[in-house]
Design a protein around this ligand. Structure first.
Ligand code: AMP
Ligand code: ZN
Ligand code: FE
Ligand code: FE
Length: 283
């Protein structure tokens, strides 16, 4: 049985490969299935799923939604939802509108700092998909304002930096509601970014999320230490949740990280996909 990768980005959000390209790449690398989980958009799913059907490769429809949370950040993954579900489509359109209002504000802040970039430059960098901060970073890099992608975030784009503009987010309850309403399975992405204070604090949060409809935790993730993985596995077992995992591969900007294997050690069995399918039918 081959391995799987259940957390991937494409040009529909801020990844480098188009949905068809990433599906072909995953097959070439010997994976058995992938999920496409772009930020706040399902625009890449039709193409990715069709390409999978064309070349005989399983593509799981997915999404990664940024939810309101502090002090860290919370991302929720959704899998196997109906991509034509009206509430899901309406909620995502709302996020797209919010981005359309936010992006020109980032351009204006950069312009105020003496940086001559236009919204057109950023749209071009996005390759026609959803525009996000990584595309601003790319434009700053391409125009010589910074020497690296990371410097663009550190000096201008990250939270608290001078060109940062906050993004509209749903609450975890709202996000899990529309994922579930669309027949999907909601999973907490990379819990290491939540900023929780120890196991008990994380467990309290998980309790709350289960009440809102959470079904799983992304246990396996390149940035999770062995200790973190052990903690998340314990939580999954104690609360009857699913374990999932993925690399969060965006393309070529993360040195040394690759689809399916992360930074080398990841091997996720197909049983993770079976777990998601079983959870979907158990609802
Ligand atoms: P956006 O959805 O437009 O706010 O952009 C979020 C994306 O920007 C994330 O998915 C990351 O890929 C990237 N990102 C956010 N913060 C940082 C950071 N501090 N350094 C590098 N990349 C970041
Ligand atoms: Zn991203
Ligand atoms: Fe994420
Ligand atoms: Fe991601």
């Amino acid at each position: 049985m081959g391995c799987v990768d259940l957390h991937l980005h494409t040009t529909a959000s801020d990844g480098v490969m188009s949905p068809s390209e990433i599906v072909r790449y995953a097959k070439k690398r010997g994976l058995q299935a992938i999920a496409i989980t772009d930020h706040d958009t399902i625009e890449g799913l039709d193409e990715g799923v069709s390409e999978g059907e064309r070349i005989g490769f399983e593509v799981v429809p997915g999404i990664e939604i940024s939810a309101e949370h502090s002090p860290g950040s919370m991302h929720l993954l959704g899998y196997f939802f109906d991509i034509h579900h009206p509430l899901l489509k309406e909620r995502l359109a709302y996020l797209q509108n919010a981005r359309a209002e936010r992006n020109p504000k980032i351009v204006a802040k950069l312009n105020d700092l003496g940086i001559k970039v236009t919204y057109e430059d950023v749209i071009r960098a996005s390759g026609g998909g959803q525009v996000g901060r990584p595309h601003f970073a790319q434009v700053l890099l391409d125009n010589g304002y910074v020497n690296s992608f990371q410097e663009a975030f550190d000096r201008f784009l990250k939270k608290g930096a001078p060109a940062y503009v906050d993004k509209l987010r749903f609450t975890p309850k709202e996000a899990l509601h529309f994922i579930n309403d669309a027949g999907g399975v909601g999973v907490l992405a990379h819990p290491n970014t939540l900023g929780t204070n120890g196991y008990a604090d994380l467990e309290r949060l998980i309790f709350q999320l289960i009440e809102y409809g959470l079904r799983g935790i992304e246990v396996y993730y390149p940035e999770h230490s062995g200790l973190a993985v052990a903690q998340y596995k314990a939580l999954v077992e104690r609360h009857g949740l699913l374990a999932t995992g993925g690399t969060d591969y965006h393309g070529l900007e993360k040195d040394g990280l690759d689809i399916g294997v992360g930074r080398g050690a990841m091997r996720l069995p197909y049983s993770l996909v079976e777990g998601l399918k079983a959870a979907k039918t158990r609802r």
